[in-house]
Design a binder for this molecule. Structure first.
Ligand SMILES: [Mg+2]
Length: 273
């Protein structure tokens, strides 16, 4: 790696980017992760996963930096990471937390109302047994427990007919919800995305570390990464073995990896740096 100045910040998606789509391995990226840590370039895990899921991976990677959970719903900064607590953060469990979205209980209350209007038409994580979540997601029981520790939104499975599903989504949007349609679940949450979380955290680095500027690199492989891929100074799209690469509006400052997952992460990021 070339010697780079100390104002780079790397924001990376996990599944399909830093982690292999099938095996969830990050092995191909481990060498570069070590070099970045040595050069004091923070790697910010930026994911749709929950805090519990990220904490496990972060420990495994020995990553001491802030992280972004649940698609940009909140930024977690280890207490003491900066000299002062950033404005607007709450302090809990050893973290300074900046939230962009209402808590899960807010969305669960809306779903309770929805049950009167769309009876027996849907189920959602908080009322499912964890065995069922494991079955639906293909996760292990332990992983399913971590995935169920949502703080800012709720995954829903639709059980009714397709036409009513559309009405259901419109109704949730009327209540102020944002509904993301994933492969298996509808995900109900607030108006948050990885892009605004990136902008907020980069500004905090600049302020706290007294940097003249920051240089952000966003790395991602799918639709929920678009907001941060557009916002960052440079974007690296990781090619996916299972879906099309996200289409960006930006016309420069972006790269597409040749390889999939952590191999593409390693080679692509080395090229940029
Ligand atoms: Mg991904």
């Amino acid at each position: 790696m070339n010697k780079v100045s100390n104002n780079w910040i790397i924001f990376t998606d996990l599944d399909g980017s830093l982690l292999d789509h099938d095996s969830y391995s990050h092995k191909a990226a481990d060498g570069l992760l070590g070099e970045l840590e040595q050069d004091q370039i923070p790697v910010i895990l930026t994911t749709s996963k929950t805090r519990a899921e990220v904490l496990s991976l972060r420990a495994e990677l020995n990553n001491p930096h802030p992280f972004i959970i649940e698609n940009g719903a909140a930024v977690f900064i280890p207490q003491g990471y900066f000299t002062t607590k950033p404005e607007g953060c709450i302090e809990t469990d050893g973290f300074w937390i900046f939230r962009f979205c209402q808590e899960r209980s807010y969305w669960l209350a809306i779903l309770e109302k929805a049950k009167l209007i769309f009876p027996h038409s849907f189920s959602h994580f908080s009322v499912m047994k964890e065995e069922v979540i494991a079955q639906l997601t293909g996760l292990s029981l332990e992983q399913a427990q971590q995935a169920n520790q949502r703080e800012f939104g709720e995954p829903i499975t639709w059980l009714g007919v397709d036409k009513a599903k559309h009405e259901f989504i419109l109704w949730l949007e009327d209540q102020g919800g944002h509904v993301l349609q994933g492969g298996r679940f509808l995900h109900l949450s607030g108006a948050c995305n990885k892009g605004q979380a990136l902008v907020w955290l980069a500004a905090e680095y600049k302020k706290q570390r007294n940097l003249p500027t920051t240089k952000t690199i966003a790395i991602g492989d799918s639709g929920n990464d678009i907001a941060m891929l557009e916002q960052a100074d440079l974007a690296l799209i990781i090619r996916s073995p299972v879906h099309e690469s996200p289409k960006l509006k930006r016309t420069h400052g972006f790269f597409i990896s040749e390889e999939f997952g952590p191999r593409g992460w390693n080679a692509g990021l080395r090229k940029i740096l």
